[in-house]
Design a protein around this ligand. Structure first.
Ligand SMILES: [Ca+2]
Ligand SMILES: [Ca+2]
Length: 198
């Protein structure tokens, strides 16, 4: 999803009116919330490039107590999904998006966001490879959930699981999953929600 948000060499150090509007549009946060997050972000990272260890500290605030013990691989997963050019940093906009993800209560919004996380290269299609990648990333998390439907699905490893998910969700038989196929499945399939609800 980084393709949608990342601009090379922009650090967003100054919260301009234009940036504020952009942040509001992509997250729906209020100006106050954006301001507060901006201050917080730049208090942790001076240069506007957040490292994974710092991300973990910041995200810790947004995870419910019961999920704190998973914060390391959730952070790993979200971080690597967001950090599309793999330079080991995320910028302020990417940070905001990840908070949004952990906070939103709207199922469609959540589904849309999860889709963007899985769609690593940002081409609006989720491939089997992309699914496999995120399942691998979440393996430890899924095992800790001990949800029988999930255990059944991921039992044989990420590859067959990814294959099964594509088979199940790919309604138009295009071989890949588009956002509406994903949102549909999210709304009607408990297992899909459980798989990707962090
Ligand atoms: Ca893709
Ligand atoms: Ca499809």
């Amino acid at each position: 999803m980084g393709n949608l948000f990342r601009k090379p060499n922009v650090v967003y150090k100054t919260l301009t009116e234009e940036l504020l509007i952009h942040c509001r549009t992509i997250t729906g946060f209020s100006d106050e919330e954006i301001n507060a997050e901006h201050t917080k972000f730049f208090s942790v990272t001076n240069d506007g490039r957040l490292r994974k260890s710092q991300m973990e500290i910041l995200l810790g605030d947004y995870l419910p107590m019961t999920k704190r013990k998973n914060s390391k691989y959730l952070t790993d997963c979200v971080f690597s999904a967001i950090d599309t050019n793999n330079d080991g940093y995320i910028d302020f906009l990417e940070y905001l998006m990840s908070i949004k993800f952990f906070q939103t209560e709207s199922p469609v919004e959540k589904a849309d966001f999860v889709f963007r996380i899985i769609d690593k290269n940002g081409d609006n299609h989720v491939t089997q490879k992309e699914l496999e990648r995120i399942l691998k990333c979440l393996q430890g998390y899924h095992q800790s959930l001990a949800n029988i439907n999930i255990t059944d699905l991921i039992n044989d490893g990420p590859k067959p699981a990814a294959n099964a998910i594509v088979e199940k969700l790919d309604e138009d038989k295009s071989g890949v999953i588009n956002v509406s196929e994903f949102v549909d499945a999210w709304l009607k399939d408990e297992t899909i929600r459980a798989l990707f609800t962090f």
